[in-house]
Design a binder for this molecule. Sequence first.
Ligand SMILES: CC(C)(COP(=O)(O)OP(=O)(O)OC[C@H]1O[C@@H](n2cnc3c(N)ncnc32)[C@H](O)[C@@H]1OP(=O)(O)O)[C@@H](O)C(=O)NCCC(=O)NCCS
Length: 247
Amino acid sequence: MDLGRWPGEKPLVSRPEQGGLPSVPRLNVGEAGAIDGVAPLDRESLSGVVTVFREAFPGNLLGTFGRAFLTEIFASYVDLPDGVAFVFRQDHAVVGFILGSIDSAQHRNQLLRQRWAHLSLYVLRAVATAPRLLGPLARYLRCYPWPMLGPAGRQRALTGPAPLPPASLVLLAVAPSYRRRGIAADLTQAFFTALRRRGVDQVKLVVAAANAPALAFYRTHDWETAGRYLSPDGEEVYRLLHWIGLE
Ligand SMILES: CC(C)(COP(=O)(O)OP(=O)(O)OC[C@H]1O[C@@H](n2cnc3c(N)ncnc32)[C@H](O)[C@@H]1OP(=O)(O)O)[C@@H](O)C(=O)NCCC(=O)NCCS
């Protein structure tokens, strides 16, 4: 099915504010001329991002709605003006990515407003094929930070909430066989540089308390805990904050 483009969207290579490749670390031009290392997310890389997402988050509910559903969501970080996103390529393949935005609530609202029909269609199709998804879907929708419920949604605060900045790191993932090589560190540096250029000095994220590798990574990189929450299905999550400082 042709999903069309976002309103006003041009065939995209990269946004100028995410350019500036010289400041991005570990950029190597391989023998075949392929550029390995960090680069802004573009439409050509979306399929690779979907593949890494599915490897990095096996069993994640969003993954069960299919590749086209994930592609729509991830494309919003290329297409919407507040998106900030990078991939890490190795030998032509995407092996890691980072997605975020300078205003996550606005991003979510725009995504829903513009793409709700497509997204709902994918979800309904998945549920029709596998009705067992209905329970997890209902729980997910209860946890979803709907605009009218404020930044914490229906999550119950265990500690916090601290005041939260609008910018968010939404997803960071590295393919399992490429971990512990500094790829996530390179991606976050590029992400912070891009945010700083756009006048952002603080960024937030949400991570499951059970996600030990991610917590170890964020602690190593000076993220501070801003609150602990319980989602409606009982999962404990942390909100973390990081000061990136302005140039
Ligand atoms: C979390 C994640 C992105 C880290 O990616 P990575 O490329 O392996 O991270 P880096 O190599 O840049 O790690 C830098 C440092 O973080 C810490 N770290 C990263 N993974 C760790 C782990 N599994 N255990 C302990 N420390 C870890 C270490 O201090 C590491 O430095 P070291 O390797 O010199 O000890 C990766 O494990 C991943 O994709 N996990 C699944 C997806 C996910 O949970 N994402 C985060 C939630 S959105």
